[in-house]
Design a protein around this ligand. Structure first.
Ligand code: AGP
Length: 612
C-alpha cells in the first residue's frame, strides 16, 4: 500500500521519481506527490489528486521541477480521504523536515495531541504528517541530527512504516527508516535510489540493499550507511537482482494481468525445476529435510486472499495424499485469537509479496510460540522470507497486476510438492506413486498452455455476459477452493457481485438468490463429486440460472445441464486447481475488459496490503 521512491545523484530527480512511481502505481493510485531540492535551496513540493499522470502533467513530466535529490509517493488512502491536502510528501511547519510514508501509524492521535501541545499545527488528516512533525520536534528538542531524531521518533511510533525523509540542513541526503513495510535501496556510481519495490529502480541499478526492520539509512550520492534503532552503525550486504527488467514490463500485452496469466506455465515450470532434482523432490534449499518433515504432526496454513485459497486447495491435497491434519486460517483472524498450536506443528505462511501485514503478524505469533515456520514467498528478501525459519521461494518473477495469477499458480506448486514429500516421508505412497505424481506435476506447464489456447471462447462468453450483476461459483472439495479463487478474481477486477459456495450448501439458504439469468459457474474436476455437483447445477438451472460448466475433457455429460462448457486437460485430480483456475482468471479478466474497467489497478485495492 502506497509506493515510495527516492533519488539522490546528479540527474534531474523529478523525472526519475515519476518514472519510478509509474512502476509502483499498483501499490496505490489515488494521489501522488514529489519533493525535490536543488542544492541548498528550499524544497519544492508538488502534489496532485488522482492518477500519476495528473502529477506528470502538472510538472511537465518532472521537467518543471529542478533539483537532483528528491522523494516521491503514490498513495492508497488510509487516514484521510484522497485529496491534494492529504497526498504525500508532508512537510513540517517551518519546512525543516519533509517526508513520505507507507504504512499505518496506530498511535498517531496520541502523538498529534502531544505535538499540538507544543504548538504544532496540522493541515491534513494523515498519520504521516504527524510522523514528519514528530521527527522535527525531536530534532529541535534535542538539537541532534537526522539519525538521532528519526530513531527517537521510531521509539514513539506504533505501527508499520517505511519512511523517506529529507532535512533542510542536510540538502544532499535522504534518510530512510523502516518497520514492517518494505523498502529497497540501490546504488550505482554516484547515484542512489530507493523504492518500495525493486521494479521501480531496476532500470538504474541491480545492486540493492534490503534495509532491515527497525533500521535507518543515510543515503548520499552513491552511498548508503545503515544504523539500528540504537543509532549504532550496521553492515548490510548488497544483493544482485537477477531477474530481467523486462519481466516487470507489459511486453506487448494490453495489461499486466493478461501477460501474467500467460506467464503461468513458465512460473510453474521454474518453480517445479527448483525443487525436482533427478526425479525426486529436494527441499534442501528451503531447509526442509525428510527427517524434519517426518517430525511434523500437523500443518497450519495461514494467509490472506488468493494465498489463503492456495491453502484451501493445499489442505485437500495434503490431507488426502499425506494423511496429515491440515488447518487453514485467515491471517487476520489467526493473529487476534489464541490459536491452539502444538510444538510439532508446522505453520506455513503463504504470501506473494512477503509483506502482507496480517500474514507477517501471524508468522511472528507462531514464532513467539516456538512453532516451526515456513514461508512460501515470491518476493526475495521480503519480511516474511527473512523472518520465517525456512523459506520456499516460488519462482513466478515480479507480479505487477493487483489481481494475482502467476504467483497463485506457483504457490500451488509449492503446496503440491510439500504434500507429495510429506506423503513419501510418512509412508503414505509407494515409490511408483511418488514417481508418477512428480511426472504428472511436470506435465502441468504444457497442459496450462493448452488451456490458454482456448481463451477466445472465454473472451466471447465474457463479452456476452458483461452486464452480469450477480454470479455464483459452485463446487465441492477442491472444486470449492477453485470456486473461491474464481469468485475473488471476478469481484476484484470486474466489480460483479459474486459468491463462491460449496455446491451442497446452496440449498441451505443461498439458492433463494438465484433467479432468471443469474450466472452460475459449476466447477467439476473431481470424479468422485462430479455427479453430485451436476445435480446442484441442475437445481439452480431449474430456477432460471444460466450455467457455465468447467470440467475435464471426457466429461461430456455436463453438456446436458450446462449452457456453456469449458474443458481442461486431464491431470491428477490433486492438481486440477492449476488448470481449472485459468479459465476463471480469463473470465474475470475479459469481463473487466468488456466493462471498460482498469484491470491492473482495480478501485480501492492495492497489490500488497501492508496495513491491517
Ligand atoms: C488477489 O488477487 C489479491 N491481490 C489478494 O487477495 C492477495 O492475494 C492478498 O492480498 C495476499 O497477498 P500476498 O500474497 O502478497 O500476501
Amino acid at each position: 500500500m502506497c509506493g515510495i521512491v527516492g533519488y539522490n545523484g546528479n540527474r534531474n530527480a523529478a523525472e526519475i521519481l515519476l518514472e519510478g512511481l509509474s512502476k509502483l502505481e499498483y501499490r496505490g493510485y489515488d494521489s501522488a506527490g514529489l519533493a525535490v531540492r536543488n542544492g541548498t535551496s528550499d524544497v519544492e513540493v508538488v502534489k496532485a489528486k488522482g492518477r500519476l499522470r495528473v502529477l506528470a502533467e502538472k510538472t511537465n513530466d518532472g521537467k518543471a521541477l529542478k533539483g537532483n535529490c528528491g522523494i516521491g509517493h503514490t498513495r492508497w488512502a488510509t487516514h484521510g480521504e484522497p485529496s491534494e491536502k492529504n497526498a504525500h510528501p508532508h512537510i513540517s511547519d517551518d519546512r525543516n523536515v519533509v517526508g513520505v510514508h507507507n504504512g499505518i501509524i496506530e498511535n498517531y492521535q496520541e502523538l498529534k495531541e502531544k505535538l499540538l501541545r507544543h504548538q504544532y499545527t496540522f493541515y491534513s488528516n494523515t498519520d504521516t504528517e504527524v510522523a514528519i512533525k514528530l521527527i522535527d520536534y525531536y530534532m529541535k528538542k534535542y538539537q541532534e541530527g537526522p539519525i538521532d531524531s528519526i530513531a527517537r521518533a521510531m521509539t514513539r511510533i506504533k505501527g508499520s512504516y517505511a519512511l523517506a525523509v529529507m532535512f533542510k540542513e542536510y540538502p544532499e541526503e535522504i534518510y530512510v527508516a523502516r518497520k514492517d513495510s518494505p523498502m529497497v535501496i540501490g546504488t550505482k556510481g554516484e547515484e542512489t535510489f530507493l523504492a518500495s519495490d525493486v521494479p521501480a529502480i531496476l532500470k538504474y541499478t541491480r545492486n540493492v540493499y534490503y534495509i532491515g526492520n527497525q533500521q535507518i539509512a543515510r543515503l548520499g550520492k552513491g552511498s548508503a550507511e545503515f544504523y539500528d534503532i540504537d543509532r549504532e552503525p550496521v553492515e548490510l550486504e548488497s544483493t544482485e537482482v537477477t531477474w530481467d527488467a523486462e519481466a516487470a514490463e507489459k511486453g506487448g500485452f494490453e495489461h499486466f494481468m493478461i501477460k501474467e496469466i500467460h506467464e503461468q506455465p513458465k512460473a510453474v515450470r521454474d518453480t517445479i525445476a527448483s525443487v525436482v532434482k533427478e526425479d525426486s523432490i529436494d527441499l534442501s534449499e528451503a531447509g526442509l529435510s525428510d527427517e524434519l518433515l517426518a517430525g511434523v504432526h500437523s500443518v497450519v496454513i495461514v494467509a490472506c486472499g488468493s494465498a489463503y485459497h492456495v491453502g484451501l486447495a493445499g489442505q485437500y491435497v495434503m490431507e488426502s495424499l499425506a494423511g496429515i491434519p491440515v488447518r487453514v486460517e485467515l491471517a487476520s483472524e489467526f493473529r487476534y485469537r489464541d490459536p491452539l498450536l502444538d510444538p510439532k506443528d508446522l505453520v506455513i505462511v503463504i504470501s506473494q509479496s512477503g509483506e502482507t501485514a496480517d500474514s507477517l503478524a501471524a508468522l511472528r505469533l507462531a514464532k513467539e510460540r516456538g512453532i516451526m515456520t515456513l514461508g512460501i514467498v515470491n518476493v526475495v528478501g521480503s519480511s516474511i522470507a527473512r523472518e520465517a525459519d525456512r523459506t520456499f521461494y516460488t519462482l513466478a518473477g515480479p507480479e505487477i497486476a493487483v489481481a494475482t495469477t502467476k504467483a497463485y499458480s506457483a504457490q500451488l506448486i509449492a503446496v503440491y510438492v510439500l504434500a507429495i514429500q510429506l506423503a513419501k516421508v510418512r509412508g503414505k505412497i509407494d515409490a511408483e506413486t511418488y514417481r508418477s505424481l512428480i511426472d504428472e506435476l511436470q506435465t502441468l506447464p504444457k497442459k496450462m498452455d493448452r488451456v490458454l489456447e482456448d481463451k477466445e471462447r472465454i473472451q466471447w462468453f465474457a463479452a456476452k455476459y458483461s452486464n452480469a450483476k450477480d454470479m455464483f461459483f459452485i463446487g465441492r472439495g477442491i472444486d470449492y477452493a477453485i470456486s473461491m479463487e474464481g469468485s475473488l478474481k471476478m469481484k476484484e477486477i470486474s466489480y460483479v457481485h459474486s459468491e463462491a459456495y460449496a455446491a451442497g450448501e446452496l440449498k441451505h439458504g443461498t439458492i433463494s438468490l438465484v433467479e432468471d439469468g443469474t450466472l452460475v459457474v459449476g466447477v467439476c474436476t473431481q470424479s468422485r463429486l462430479y455427479e453430485k455437483t451436476l445435480s446442484n447445477m441442475a437445481e439452480v438451472k431449474s430456477r432460471g440460472a444460466y450455467l457455465m460448466g468447467l470440467t475435464s475433457y471426457g466429461n461430456y455429460a455436463i453438456e446436458d445441464t450446462a449452457d456453456f462448457t469449458v474443458y481442461i486437460p486431464r491431470t491428477s485430480e490433486y492438481f486440477a486447481t492449476s488448470l481449472a483456475i485459468i479459465p476463471l482468471q480469463l473470465l474475470g479478466y475479459y469481463l473487466s475488459v468488456a466493462r471498460g474497467l482498469n484491470v491492473d489497478k482495480p478501485r480501492n485495492l492495492a497489490k500488497s496490503v501492508t496495513v491491517e
